[in-house]
Design a protein around this ligand. Structure first.
Ligand code: DQA
Length: 149
């Protein structure tokens, strides 16, 4: 089974971007650690990052063809992209919303997620471990789904 990890705008700058909020590790370094964890759990993993809304939506749509689940940090698109929300609703595979920072403890505009209602669930505030926690959550969900099917 393959898990797709999608990172949205400005997450390519992790390591140099607001390290007091997002920590000092690069996205590449976080992805390497996540890939090791995924391999240990028996998953294939694919990574994609884009600063553009359309690029993220295209990749989400493609993922529906070969992925069992998606881990998505949509960055600021989280808070206002109805197009992204519609794409998540359309793909019918579980999407876990991820944020490294605790979005509820920050500016008011970050407290609203337009994608949350169409995601399986949301994980926020655990830094790089938010991605690993999303993977564990998907693993539980997919395991139970296999038992149901
Ligand atoms: C973020 C939180 C968003 O509000 C912000 O726009 C980001 C990163 C996070 O990982 O904490 O770009 O998704």
């Amino acid at each position: 089974m393959t898990i797709m990890v999608i990172n949205g705008p400005n997450l390519n700058l992790l390591g140099e971007r607001e390290p007091n909020v997002y920590g000092g590790e690069t996205l590449q370094s976080i992805n390497v650690q996540l890939a090791e964890k995924a391999a240990g759990m028996g998953y294939e993993i694919e990574f994609f990052q884009s600063n553009s809304e359309g690029g993220i939506i295209d990749r989400l749509q493609e993922a529906r063809l070969n992925c069992a689940g998606i881990i998505l940090n949509a960055g600021a698109y989280t808070h206002y992209s109805y197009a992204l929300r519609d794409a998540i609703a359309a793909v019918k595979i579980p999407v876990v919303e991820v944020h490294m920072s605790n979005v509820d403890s920050r500016e008011d505009f970050r407290k609203n997620s337009v994608i949350a209602p169409v995601c399986l669930g949301s994980i926020s505030g655990f830094g790089k471990y938010s991605y690993a926690l999303a993977l564990i959550a998907l693993d539980y969900y997919l395991g139970e789904k296999n038992e149901r099917d």
